[in-house]
Design a protein around this ligand. Sequence first.
Ligand SMILES: CC(C)(COP(=O)(O)OP(=O)(O)OC[C@H]1O[C@@H](n2cnc3c(N)ncnc32)[C@H](O)[C@@H]1OP(=O)(O)O)[C@@H](O)C(=O)NCCC(=O)NCCS
Length: 172
Amino acid sequence: MTFWKFFFNSTNINQIREENKNKKTKLLVKGLETNNIYLSTCKKINLEELEILCDAVGWVRRPLKKVKYALENSFLAISLFYKYGNDQRLIGFARVTSDGSFNATIWDVVIHPDFQGNGLGTLLMKQIIKELRTHDISTITLFADPDVLKFYKDIGFVIDPDGVKGMFWYPT
Ligand SMILES: CC(C)(COP(=O)(O)OP(=O)(O)OC[C@H]1O[C@@H](n2cnc3c(N)ncnc32)[C@H](O)[C@@H]1OP(=O)(O)O)[C@@H](O)C(=O)NCCC(=O)NCCS
């Protein structure tokens, strides 16, 4: 992605925090130079960079061709970049599949370990919810790894509402 293309497709996270200033949900970012952190909804993501990010949190590699197809067919993809000079580094990512009307499911939520614990994951998730709400989508789901429940609960996600259970089918 060229610098200018990146520039016009991105929002500095300070802007997002400013927009949320008067809302109940505070988007705190602790101890980071936030001037250099940008959020982008451009779906044309460098796949190798994404792979490096996913490797950093120990996720199993997936065929790049399938990842590319999944991205193209996602309803929304949000990336966080750390910008230095004319260059930038992908430090966070999440994507959403949706019918664009009723339901949306969030996938592949990740913040690079060097940047974890600063509120960026929360900011990414809240921005996703905000974008989905602009489409009046009211049911937002995700599949949480057991050790990350607190992170999602803090954002407002609930487990098994009204006893609803997630069910899976896998080829045998
Ligand atoms: C989960 C993840 C996206 C959180 O990103 P982050 O930027 O570190 O999260 P935040 O700084 O916004 O954390 C917000 C709160 O969630 C909690 N939290 C963050 N990561 C957590 C984790 N792995 N397990 C439990 N709680 C977690 C934090 O303690 C924090 O609570 P606090 O405000 O009381 O301290 C990040 O840790 C990550 O990429 N993990 C590896 C990939 C992964 O597991 N993704 C989720 C798959 S379902």
